[in-house]
Ligand binder design. Structure first.
Ligand SMILES: Nc1nc2c(c(=O)[nH]1)N[C@H]1C(S)=C(S)[C@@H](COP(=O)(O)O)O[C@H]1N2
Ligand SMILES: [Mo]
Length: 535
């Protein structure tokens, strides 16, 4: 075996007197970056004002990419957009690491400066987070950079250590004896293994320390107070319980999740408070315990995302519990000009809607409970807004930290990104059974689905098969005007291809439009139409 094969490179040994292949240099750089990131995670998690550089960079990317690109990525990847973004950041970091490894093998200082530069970008990104601190961010960056540089140094030195001290005379053949080359290689592999373990353990420790398990324990220990106005039990027959049909209440674990948070904010209920401020006579704040002690209501409300395509799954119904908004607004006293209510999240997200909605729609609430449990972390623990009839992007602020009364001129997060200022939920209906595009056996079977028009209710659902006349579907018992309603139509199809369309009529007698509009800027319209093959 020739020593020039150690590094796996194709170039001859004379070009690399130390026997150090480019691949190995690059690998050293990648591992240095991995350790750097791995070490920065637990350090960031341990400091209250520290932030993971990777998450921080991701957050900045989310906040700065143009609205159309963000929409395109979400519609392409759905909720996989976040893992994808993290993956891209790690990939770019690895590529930078590889380049820095090769550079450091020639000029170590240059490589080290590169690593420091990467961490500086991370620290700078952290500072765009409202809760991050300058000193903590610098400390995270320094700790990571130090670990990365040390790793790079050890890995590169391990590779050149066994190089001969005396230059081999020209033409003397292999510069490194086979025995020492093997030692050299083993040492590199060992160190590389250690580096990989350090990076992995660091990342895992960071996750653990980030507090999600602790907050989950606290959350599970919380008992929701009995609502002063409980929602009536669902009438019998409100849930048709047809296989494949969306349940009347979507279980919390299955409920769709949409937000800009790369890492779910872990909010300690004890340190949390909700401020009511802005154009109010008496600004105040309430702690979690105070909020829990206030009279609460319960309401069945369907939440929908403006990004939901016709027939899509970014919609769900739940039984929410919380403090009605009008109570908080009464206590604060509205000033003239307080035409908009902005919800602010601990992570900086904002959403605003007309103050009148909060006053007129009595079920508008600061929710603390979802389907009988304290809000799950991913759905906004400890508190969020739930406003019947409005898409989430203008209303449903999770991890709520403040309610701010402003004029209409202030814009929430999504408005400058190309979404409509007003976001009423459009009347929609969806066919769940049979599944779109499926092949099904002939025989009697229902066509079934859900329809929703929060605040207006659903009065009628009609189905059209193969372009025939509209057939009236049977509606399940209604839960509440704010909640979705199931429907079904018995069907005995003939073999072959069939096209099924659905349309709903809301409580005001308005028929869902057939005119297709895209999700941007104010929600998709059009009728869900599916094709199935009966065999
Ligand atoms: N803090 C915060 N709250 C947020 C968002 C967000 O990005 N950050 N997204 C909103 C959007 S666009 C929707 S559709 C709903 C979704 O709520 P869910 O994830 O509980 O289903 O949350 C809203 N609340
Ligand atoms: Mo949304």
């Amino acid at each position: 075996m020739s020593p020039s094969g150690i590094g796996g490179g194709a170039s001859s040994a004379d070009e690399r007197p130390a026997g150090l292949g480019r691949r190995r240099e690059a690998l050293a750089g990648v591992l240095a970056v991995a350790v750097m990131i791995g070490v920065s995670q637990p350090v960031a998690a341990l400091l209250a004002a520290g932030r993971s550089p990777v998450i921080a960079i991701g957050d900045v990317v989310i906040d700065t990419v143009p609205g159309w690109l963000e929409r395109a990525v979400i519609s392409w990847l759905g909720t996989a957009d976040k893992p994808f973004l993290i993956g891209m950041i790690l990939l770019v970091s690895a590529l930078l690491g590889a380049a820095l490894g090769v550079l450091a093998a020639r000029r170590f200082a240059a490589g080290a400066v590169g690593l420091v530069g990467m961490m500086t970008v991370g620290a700078a990104a952290s500072l765009s987070d409202p809760g991050a601190g300058l000193v903590a961010s610098l400390f995270v960056a320094l700790a990571g950079a130090f670990a990365g540089i040390a790793t790079l140094w050890m890995l590169l030195r391990a590779s050149v250590r066994s190089a001969p001290a005396v230059p081999t005379p020209p033409g003397a053949g292999a510069p490194v004896a086979i025995g020492s080359a093997a030692v050299d290689r083993r040492r590199f592999v060992q160190l590389a293994g250690v580096a990989a373990v350090v990076a992995f353990v660091g990342a895992a420790a960071g996750r653990m320390l980030a507090g999600s398990e602790r907050i989950e324990k606290l959350r599970q220990a919380i008992r929701l107070p009995r609502p002063v106005r409980p929602a009536p039990p669902p009438p019998p027959g409100a849930d048709l319980e047809i296989r494949g049909l969306a349940p009347l209440f979507v279980p919390n674990d299955d409920f769709y999740r949409i937000d800009t948070a790369l890492r779910i904010p872990q909010v300690e209920p004890d340190g949390w408070s909700l401020q009511v401020k802005g154009l109010v006579e008496r600004p105040f704040s309430v702690t979690y315990d105070e909020l829990m002690a206030m009279p609460q209501i319960e309401a069945d409300i369907t939440l929908a995302c403006v990004s939901n395509e016709v027939g899509g799954g970014l919609v769900g119904n739940a039984r929410w519990q919380g403090v009605p908004l009008y109570r908080l607004l009464e206590r604060a006293g509205l000033k003239k000009g307080a035409t908009q209510l902005i919800g602010r999240s601990v992570d900086g997200f904002t959403a605003g809607f007309p103050t009148l909605t909060a006053l007129d729609v009595k079920e508008s609430m600061v929710a603390v409970g979802m389907n009988g449990e304290p809000l799950p972390a991913r759905h906004g623990f400890p508190a969020r807004l739930v406003i019947p009839g409005l898409y989430g992007y203008v209303s449903a602020t999770k991890w709520l930290s403040a309610i701010e009364l402003t004029g209409w001129d202030v814009d929430g997060y999504w408005i400058p990104r190309g979404w409509a200022k007003k976001g009423p939920i459009k009347t929609q209906s969806r066919i769940d059974v049979p599944a779109a595009g499926s092949t099904i056996p002939a025989g009697r079977r229902p066509i079934a689905g859900v329809a929703w028009a929060p605040t207006r209710g659903i009065e009628r659902v009609e189905v059209r098969i193969d372009g025939g006349r509209w057939l009236e579907a049977t509606l399940a018992e209604a839960l509440d005007v704010d909640a979705w309603r199931q429907w079904f139509l018995p069907w005995e199809p003939t073999p072959g291809r069939h096209v099924i369309a659905v349309r709903a009529t809301d409580g005001r007698g308005e028929v869902q439009t057939d005119e297709r509009t895209p999700v941007a800027p104010d929600g998709a319209a059009g009728r869900h139409t599916i094709e199935v093959v009966v065999v």
